[in-house]
Design a protein around this ligand. Sequence first.
Ligand code: ATP
Length: 497
Amino acid sequence: MEALNLSTTSSIEQTSIEHKWRRIQSRLRAELGEDVFTSWFGRVELDSCDGRVVQVSVPTKFLRNWLQSHYSDKLLACCGTELNGVNRLEFRVRQPHLAPVEKKPSATVAIAESAAPKTQTTPSSNVPLRVISTPVRDGRTGLEGFEGSPLDPRYTFQSFVVGSPNRLAHAAAFQVAESTPEQPLKYNPLYIHARVGMGKTHLLHAIAWEMKARNPNAKVLYLTAERFMYSFAEALQTRDAPAFKEKLRTIDLLIIDDMEFLQGRTFQQEFCHTLNSLIDGGKQVVVAADCAPLLLESFDARMRSRLSGGLVAEMSALDFDLRLKILQRRAAEKISLSRGFEVPGDVLEYLATQLTENGRELEGAITRLHATWQLTGEKVTVDAAENTIGDLIRSKEPKRVKIDDILRIVAKHYGVQRGDLLSSRRNQSIVRPRQIGMYLAKTLTSRSLPEIGRRFGGRDHTTVLHAIRKIESLKQADGVLKDELDSLSRMLKDGNV
Ligand SMILES: Nc1ncnc2c1ncn2[C@@H]1O[C@H](COP(=O)(O)OP(=O)(O)OP(=O)(O)O)[C@@H](O)[C@H]1O
């Protein structure tokens, strides 16, 4: 068999391998059942196949480990049946971000400008930035025999920078964290959503730290959705599920991160029962996800509505001011640890202008500047910064358009719901925007027709083809439509979504 790398193959090879991959998925689905399949294989993607080795990728380390230990034989067997000669399977974790993130627990956190014994000023920004050393605290949450996901000691309210994109989410999070058991709960559940790297996890950890500090007896449990699935799956395997459920319901504050990863009917139903019993019992629940609750497509309507029933707070894209403040804060942390390290204000402004994508890039940039300074001793200047973080500067590269962004921008522009575009409704007011969405997906992404059909509510590739032809012919005759398509394309390419 020829070597196939899905990013470089011709469209015929790609269609054939995609077809085989779908057959492998169907086999797995048939053998494991829909629920297990969606839970563990829903986000597995085929990366390459060199005739002997199949490489697949998954979004998280946890999922990789789980699949390796529980399902690699089965997946390899299914691959072997469809792809002749394959005898090895490799898992890769897809990288959602480019910047290296220092995960080492640090004993130093930045604090709000009120309580600082030690003051540092960044060289030319003249913004006073103060830092204080605090002992590293215990980052565990949970109950005896039921541990939560670990908390990062750096992610506290003191190190969280507030600006207009996150003001509401921050204020609500702080209210939750400072509430006492006697007070009635105001926002339950508190649901925070934002795109990747906007600080959701940071804010959730901050709530847990604050609650633990204010009320050491409170039973706080912080779990990623995957950890929730993992714990529940383990409890099912060891026939310990009733005890697991019982324990979950004694929690005072349950915090669930990356809710969009909670897949599979069993896990979702179990989570829904837990959510209902905690809320009905007056216990606080906080959830974070990458989209609004009503857009959690795989969840049932009752669950989505329950999640929307408290306060839903969106954190929008980090604006220039917020990016600059985060950079100042990160730089001050490094400055406080390394005598002689300086990051001039023009460098921070340069970074804030160039790194527009997410908080991880900002953190990664300062980490790199610091590491380069440590290794070479060179002064940090704008030119040096440009060299050091060149590959992080996305604005010079063409933007990769995502189907999710197309759905969002088309829905907004034509005043319909994203769900309408995916639905089977046939009113003209929905059919035309849906066709425009498919046309944009074909012209702006490298997705195949079947893939586009799948992303637009599971449609057939002939429907997609019809939509593209329709819009192409309308565009020839209708100047207004042509302008609309041009401006939507421009916004998507510029990442202005
Ligand atoms: N307002 C902020 N103040 C300080 N740091 C921030 C802020 N927003 C984001 N960051 C930093 O950006 C990085 C990414 O943040 P975080 O992991 O919380 O994002 P996220 O929204 O949970 O992303 P994902 O969806 O990938 O889980 C972290 O280092 C975080 O500390």
